[in-house]
Design a protein around this ligand. Structure first.
Ligand code: MN
Length: 294
């Protein structure tokens, strides 16, 4: 079992305002876990008075953005006209498909913020689907051996999450009520990743500290230990078969697709619409890292 586990140190980025973001996917060691292709852990942070998180308008294609809120309140607005506050215990799921743009803003300054944002690559045939947005205020939960489980996506232990997904995958939030040891059932067809969010988490007797752990497919169970008050995120899915290109906020199956999206955003194409009255701060796309034939 242990030989199937790789621990990976997330890349830490300081986003200013005192906020730290730890990126566990993609890394050089591991690009994806199933269709999960991006994992940022933001905070926990308490912003100073007058400071908060503000992410200006930016586009996405080919993926779903999946936001899991632990502390704080953030307003999502998008080019489909949605305006949705997300609070702790809730999921926002934005399906970018062919193209969407959005903003994310803390509701209050000087407040606490703690969240995970993940991206799910859409499978071939769905990558250019109609864009959409869904808010999930309640998710199924249960307890085992002092572990509070919340099912964020997919199915697990006879439960089914309501979240709209396009590939076989799972997302579980794990919170320890007490010092605990338990055994988690795994689907041997899935590969998995586990990220400690707070406290102290061990799997198969490996202390993770703040490291992300990758588990190759083929396992049936995972031994988990946590101290009281610890939290972790477990993601899994069938290994993604298609070669995926990721650049900036775009995911696709060719560089051409990504180059077109970059050009469309820079040309303010209707493809990405506008957020609200269009006066939101707009984040420009950086230049492409490669040349394309004319
Ligand atoms: Mn985004």
């Amino acid at each position: 079992m242990t030989s199937q586990i790789t621990t990976i140190a997330p890349r830490i980025a300081e986003l200013g305002e005192g906020m730290t973001v730890a990126r566990s996917l993609p890394t050089r060691q591991q690009r994806m876990v199933g269709p999960w292709c991006f994992l940022d852990h933001a905070g926990p942070v308490r912003f100073a008075p007058g400071h908060a998180m503000h992410v200006g308008a930016h586009p996405h294609i080919g993926l779903q953005t999946f936001t899991w809120m632990l502390e704080g309140e953030v307003l999502h607005r998008d080019s489909l006209g949605n305006a949705q506050i997300i609070r702790p215990g809730q999921v926002n799921l934005m399906t970018a498909g062919y193209g969407i743009s959005h903003t994310e803003d803390s509701l209050q300054d000087g407040a606490d913020l703690h969240l995970a944002q993940l991206w799910i690559a859409l499978p071939p045939g769905q990558q250019h689907c109609e864009p959409g947005f869904d808010h999930y205020p309640e998710l199924p939960g249960w307890q085992q051996d002092g572990l509070n489980c919340t099912l964020l996506a997919g199915s697990y232990a006879g439960q089914q999450a309501p979240t709209r997904i396009f590939s076989p995958l799972v997302g579980l939030h794990l919170a320890g009520d007490k010092d605990l040891h338990t055994s988690l059932e795994l689907n041997p067809a899935f590969e998995y990743g586990i990220l400690p969010l707070t406290g102290s988490v061990s799997i198969a007797d490996i202390g993770l500290n703040d490291q992300f752990a990758y588990l190759a497919a083929g396992e049936n169970t995972l031994q988990l230990s946590m101290t009281a008050g610890s939290q972790a995120l477990l993601i899994g899915g069938e290994p993604f078969q298609q070669e995926l290109f990721m650049w900036w906020n775009f995911v696709g199956f060719s560089r051409q697709e990504i180059a077109e999206a970059q050009r469309d955003w820079e040309n303010r194409s209707e493809r990405f619409g506008q957020v609200g009255d269009g006066n939101a701060v707009r984040i420009p796309a950086p230049p492409l890292p490669w040349r394309l034939p004319e």
